[in-house]
Design a protein around this ligand. Structure first.
Ligand code: COI
Length: 357
């Protein structure tokens, strides 16, 4: 028995779904979604329904004031019948912290996992495997109350949608250093997975693509000198054989994959240094050969090599190695995520089977 309702159309929505050959990232939608609403200080009853458009008041604060936080997480099903989640508790806790930063009510743990388990469980037969493929889950929480008065909504909606996906990026990333726009500043909402941060990054993402690069690299909001993160990914550099990554500065999103790589790399014998990293120093280190490799990581990206860092002055900086340490860590991480290797950190857990009971 489930605590949420299952719409009678869910079975036919799943029956008429098949996994296409080409998945991309976010192009293929799971045919089901989960939703639960908050009003009068309490959460209602969740529902699993076919995926489809939702109604939202045109004056809802989510639309006008960006009252919207979300998560990205994955379910894997490599070589087994039933899927497992990777570090789902950390996603739950980060969503609660993001909600707290935007003064929204946290999604209760039972409802968060009800939604994740309902969608991942319903999609169990459609989770692609191999080459970093998985079911990407997108839980999100938004303020649904209309009104222009600057205060929080009194009504909210928590939803989970999902996509069978390949890795976000294929081939080495071409990074464009963004020296003008700022994604997030200390004291703002950069530490929260809030839609506002992604909105702030879109103009630079467009110009990055127009210049023939794939992704923007963000610098700190105060001095524009320190590396923060890439759009939607954290960043690592191999310097003198050690792994260096920007220290969480209060504006960088604390990536769960970033944290996993810090732990995994140390476990594999690497020295990992979290420190403020100056962009100009890194570029010099690439030039002198002290920095041999740079790579990105994130839930969507997994671990993605970086082939070039292009500066605003038009100069390209090319690390000597591409995808050496990155590949080692990507394989080690994926082996744990796909349960092909022991999980010494207790990072994986089964999707609850209650959706099938
Ligand atoms: C994720 O990795 O889950 C993200 O939200 C990043 C986004 C650019 C897909």
């Amino acid at each position: 028995m489930t605590n949420y309702t299952i719409s009678p159309d869910v079975a036919s929505a799943l029956k008429s779904f098949s996994l296409p050959e080409k998945l991309g990232f976010g192009l293929v939608l799971a045919p089901v979604m989960y939703s639960v609403e908050y009003a009068d200080g309490q959460w209602g009853k969740g529902a699993l329904t076919p995926y489809g458009p939702i109604e939202i008041a045109p004056g809802a604060r989510a639309l006008h004031y960006g009252e919207f936080v979300f998560e990205g997480m994955k379910a894997y099903r490599a070589g087994v019948a039933w899927p497992n989640l990777f570090r789902a508790q950390d996603n739950f806790e980060r969503l609660a912290r993001s909600a707290e930063r935007l003064a929204m009510p946290p999604v209760p743990e039972n409802l968060f996992f009800e939604g994740i388990d309902a969608v991942a469980g319903a999609m169990a037969d459609f989770i692609p495997t191999g080459d970093g493929k998985s079911l990407y889950l997108r839980p999100f929480l938004y303020g649904s109350e209309p009104g222009y008065l600057l205060r929080n909504s009194n009504t909210f909606r928590f939803m989970v949608i999902a996509n069978p996906v390949e890795a976000y990026a294929s081939g080495p990333l071409k990074v464009a250093i963004e020296r003008k726009d700022v994604r997030a500043a200390v004291g703002g909402v950069g530490v929260a997975k809030a839609s506002a941060n992604y909105a702030a990054s879109l103009r630079a993402s467009n110009s990055t693509l127009a210049r023939g690069y794939t992704i923007a690299l963000w610098l700190d909001g105060a001095e524009h000198r320190y590396i923060q993160e890439l759009s939607g990914m954290n960043v690592f550099a191999v310097i003198n054989g050690e792994l260096h990554t920007p220290q969480l500065d209060g504006a960088i999103l604390p990536g769960i994959t970033r944290d996993s790589l810090v732990t995994l790399a140390r476990h594999r014998g690497y020295t990992v240094v979290e420190r403020p990293m100056l962009i100009d120093e890194l570029l010099q280190q690439i030039q002198s050969g002290t920095c041999t490799e740079v790579f990105a990581c994130g839930t969507a990206a997994i671990v993605a090599p970086i082939g070039v860092l292009g500066d605003a002055d038009g100069r390209d900086h090319i690390p000597a190695a591409v995808d050496v340490v990155a590949q080692e860590l990507r394989q080690a991480l994926l082996a744990i995520q796909e349960r092909r290797a022991p999980d010494p950190f207790n990072w994986t857990r089964d999707v609850s089977r209650s959706s099938r009971d």
